[in-house]
Design a protein around this ligand. Sequence first.
Ligand SMILES: [Mn+2]
Length: 328
Amino acid sequence: MMFLILSLQFLSMRLYTHTDLDGVMCAVLISCVEEIDEFRFVDPGTVQTGKIPFRKSDIISDLPYDRHCGMWFDHHESSRPKEGHHDDGQTPSPQDRGVVKKFEGAWKLAPSAARVVYEYYDNPYLEKYAAALEATDKIDSGQVSKEEAENPQGWFLFSNTLETSAEKNVDDNYREYVIALIKRTPDIAVVLADAKVAERVKNVKAELDKFAQILREHTVMMGKVAYSDLRTRPDLPRGNNYLIYSLFPNAVTSVRLMPEKEDKDGIKISVGHNIYGKKCEFDVGAAMKAIGGGGHRSVGGASVRKDEAETLAKKIVANINQREEERK
Ligand SMILES: [Mn+2]
């Protein structure tokens, strides 16, 4: 009896997958064709630490490779298997941990890891997930339209419900629940109508609505810049960075002032180009660096003193508008 329990323990198959929609879809597909006993949801960084004790009976999807696992599916360029390196059983250096030539499973430069899984198994039984896969491909490769950013629908809306709780454990239970749900029916209308999903959707929508309302109330167009003064709104809910451009489509750039969370005497200035609009020449990163912050050419931020925040922000607005004038 003892022996039986031990061997069952040994044989139990665990799927380690990412916490997002792609990870969940990998779990749906893989568990249709493999006997998965347990799902574990982790971030890429956790796999890269090398501290997860993977076994040969484990499968990894939408995450970096670990040579101790039995099977692996991924699509990230950063974990592309290199030619000429053999898994010779020696302990790899941390940089080499994910680099293998031979492994069970598949790596492909695809829009989603779920797509890699789907093509690998090439099983007619999985064809009913074709529409869900199309959506996963788009979302996982960042193709979110202006309309979707403003009014999330379907699979994108659903994807927003996967990471909403402060406790990972609660989200993990929810992810397991929706994996079973999607396996029963991959019809997104049915999935969204499920009571547990609908409750999360309500929260996601309420937060986004509140976010949009606050943005509208506190934003004015200054020339070509959408200027949002949110210094009096520490209650700003989690939204997304694309929404401002669908609310103010004529803005070339957005400039936002917010209370600094860690420092009550500080104000955060955030600046970004309108990704849906015409190309902007203003170098955001350089401008932010000049006032003690940083960032990229198209997006950046700085933390400044309360008493100088407005003056600095309006100077940036003036500089952007001047830059736009010069282009005419
Ligand atoms: Mn992915």
